[in-house]
Design a protein. Structure first.
Length: 248
């Protein structure tokens, strides 16, 4: 049943595509089979101003003068600057911060990689670690709570949602809206926007980005293209220009 549902879903996507050219084509209905394919939520691409506002609010988190605002400011800034999975950031050990970047240990799909850091990111990490080491030298995780224990995802996600609601970027509890994972999606989308124009360089750029993000298959990176509206619009415009004989 699951396999039939997947095949039908692929057929529906194709039917929608050809119907855009000819309305006479029929689109099969959804829900014919009991199993429904898992759908990913539509990502929110944060603007630079939104990211800056989130980080500014993180620096104001209580208690004043404690490590907490510095922790969340650095954590959210690191995810935004490097496109890390939040699980990867929370799993970082102090020894994983190296002169040539962050060593991301076996995480999703048991892959390890080295993530280069911008000098400004390295500087902020060093400032945070200096303040953190003054309070606790026992815990080896980079990001710790006020109780000097490793930060947990529910706490981090709850804090991020609190900041979004405070900024008016998300409605109340139980309502859909921008998510923490969308920060990583934003990083990937910005990287794709800055892809070079030459076909040979585009291929290398995609492969480099896929490796940087820790994807097993480059098709996982292609998903960021098809799920981001303005990127797909640009691809469609270039394809149309190519079909009309213009150089995209």
């Amino acid at each position: 049943m699951k396999q039939r549902a997947r095949r039908l879903n692929s057929l529906i996507l194709f039917a929608r595509y050809i119907r855009a050219e000819d309305a006479a084509h029929e689109v099969p209905p959804n829900g014919v089979f009991a199993h429904q394919p898992r759908s990913r939520p539509r990502p929110h691409i944060y603007t630079p101003a939104e990211i800056a506002a989130i980080l500014a609010e993180a620096r104001q988190l209580p208690p004043a003068g404690s490590l907490r605002p510095h922790t969340f400011y650095t954590l959210f800034g690191l995810v935004a600057a490097c496109g890390l999975r939040i699980s990867e950031a929370l799993a970082l050990q102090i020894e994983d911060i190296r002169p040539d970047g962050l060593y991301i240990r076996e995480t999703k799909f048991r892959k390890s990689r080295l993530v280069p850091l911008h000098p400004t990111t390295s500087k902020q990490l060093a400032l945070y670690l200096d303040r953190r080491q003054q309070l606790t030298r026992v815990e080896t995780r980079v990001f710790v709570s006020l109780r000097r224990k490793p930060l947990r995802y529910p706490t981090v996600n709850g804090t991020f949602l609190f900041l979004l609601r405070k900024l008016g970027l998300r409605a109340g509890p139980g309502q859909s809206g921008p998510r923490l994972h969308d920060v990583r999606h934003t990083f990937a989308s910005r990287a794709l926007e800055n892809s070079p124009d030459e076909p040979s360089r585009i291929t290398k750029h995609m492969l480099a980005l896929s490796t940087y993000l820790g994807h097993v298959c480059i098709t996982d990176t292609y998903w960021y293209l098809q799920s981001t509206t303005h990127l797909m619009t640009g691809i469609a415009d270039d394809c149309q220009a190519y079909l009309e004989g213009d150089q995209p």
